[in-house]
Design a protein around this ligand. Structure first.
Ligand SMILES: [Zn+2]
Length: 404
């Protein structure tokens, strides 16, 4: 006969019985629409990489009206502090202000049958709004944490921002950060515990340029890059450790009837293993050097040489949350309490930086459903977002503790 063993008690059961915690959970249950309204307002303030300021000012106001002590640091991170009783310790809840969309992109939000559409609505409108929702729930319930909580609307998460927001934050609060929870996008079905390493390169070719007719036969930087891209793209990459590359932006030339004097392409390399990244980078260098040689060999003899310059424009260090981390236990307990199922994931987010420093960090979604991230068709569906909000709150309190 099988013996029944009691399931270990979930610390969240006790936590949720605290009257103020219960009040905060109830607030989230009945104010999801308020959170969605903030998300729309946030998304409609453009925030291209390196131009996050206006959106940051709006977040600062939201933080202030919800009981946080707000300051903006030297790189533009907006930091709202909720002081705790446990000395210097801080827990960071961060979502990113920046989007991948350039200035001039139409960011007005269309509401279609409850579904919201706009560039950036999910990434990271969902994360920012959820963070604000959790701050408001805590304020409404008069909850006081043991560790101080920093609510951070961070800069520079996307693309060439190169994690400068979280880098500056980890530097400012050096030695004090006990855990980082990054809210990135929607969903409740994953927990990112592995930060993928990435390297980003800018590959530039310059040459003499010239007239399309009279200088025909001069070496062409665009053609050289095209040769390099084709050549590198045949490089095999392993499935294990998963390794990827993407040529994401190509620029060059001035007019259709001129041989360009300059062209460039940006490439993103990612891997679960740093060694693979270095291997790919050396393959890139070989492919483009040989592409430039081929283009020169095809040019009229005596042509001025093309010049190749490859610069590293971004390095994201990788890292992994240990399986016995209290932060992982906190989110697993929250999921168990809420009846939510999630899987462990690997990706490249603000969590990479603390993970690379050995600071416990995860990235999770803010709740609801989203898709089309980094495209103009990006969408968000707030149905069921309460679950995500409560999940963030309970995970946060699980690591920060509640003052009795
Ligand atoms: Zn994002």
């Amino acid at each position: 006969m099988a013996t029944l063993t009691a399931r270990p008690a979930n610390p969240v059961d006790a936590l949720a019985q605290d009257k103020r915690v219960a009040r905060a959970l109830a607030w989230l249950d009945s104010n999801a629409d308020w959170v969605t309204d903030q998300q729309v307002a946030i998304t409609e303030i453009p925030a291209p990489e390196f131009h996050e300021q206006e959106r940051g000012v709006f977040l600062a106001k939201l933080f202030r009206t919800n009981g946080l002590d707000v300051h903006t640091d030297s790189v533009g991170n907006v930091i709202g502090e909720l002081a705790g009783s446990r000395g210097e310790e801080v827990i960071v809840l961060i979502a990113h202000l920046d989007t991948v969309f350039p200035a001039g992109t139409d960011v007005r939000v269309k509401r279609l049958k409850g579904r919201l559409e706009a560039p950036g609505i999910s990434d990271d409108g969902a994360g920012l709004a959820s963070m604000v929702g959790v701050a408001r729930a805590i304020d409404q319930a008069h909850l006081k944490p043991q560790a101080s909580v920093l609510f951070v609307a961070g800069v520079g998460e996307e693309g060439e921002g190169n994690l400068r927001g979280i880098r500056a934050l980890m530097d400012e609060y050096k030695g004090r950060v006990r855990a980082v929870i990054a809210l990135d996008g929607a969903a409740t079905d994953y927990v990112t515990t592995i930060g993928l390493a990435s390297r980003r390169l800018d590959i530039q070719v310059t040459g003499p340029g010239g007239h399309s007719w009279s200088d025909f036969g001069s070496p062409n930087p665009i053609a050289a890059l095209a040769r390099g891209i084709v050549q590198f793209s045949t490089t095999p990459v392993p499935e294990e450790p998963r390794t990827t590359f993407n040529f994401g932006v190509m620029e060059g030339g001035n007019s259709v009837n001129s041989i360009p004097a300059e062209a460039s392409v940006k490439v993103d390399l990612r891997s679960e293993d740093d060694a693979e990244l270095l291997r790919l980078e050396s393959e890139i260098r070989k492919s483009f050097a040989s592409a430039v040689d081929q283009e020169m060999a095809a040019a009229v003899p005596g042509s001025e040489s093309l010049k190749l310059k490859i610069s590293v424009i971004g390095i994201r260090p990788g890292g992994k949350l240990p399986a016995d981390s209290p932060l992982l236990a906190a989110i697993e307990n929250a999921d168990r309490y809420l009846g939510n199922r999630s899987r462990l994931e690997r990706s490249s987010t603000d969590a990479n930086l603390p993970l690379s420093l050995g600071i416990p960090a995860i990235a999770i979604g803010g709740g609801g459903q989203g898709g089309g991230s980094h495209s103009l068709e990006e969408w968000y569906d707030p149905a069921g977002r309460e679950l995500g909000l409560k999940r963030v709150l309970l995970t946060l309190l699980g690591v920060a503790g509640v003052q009795v």
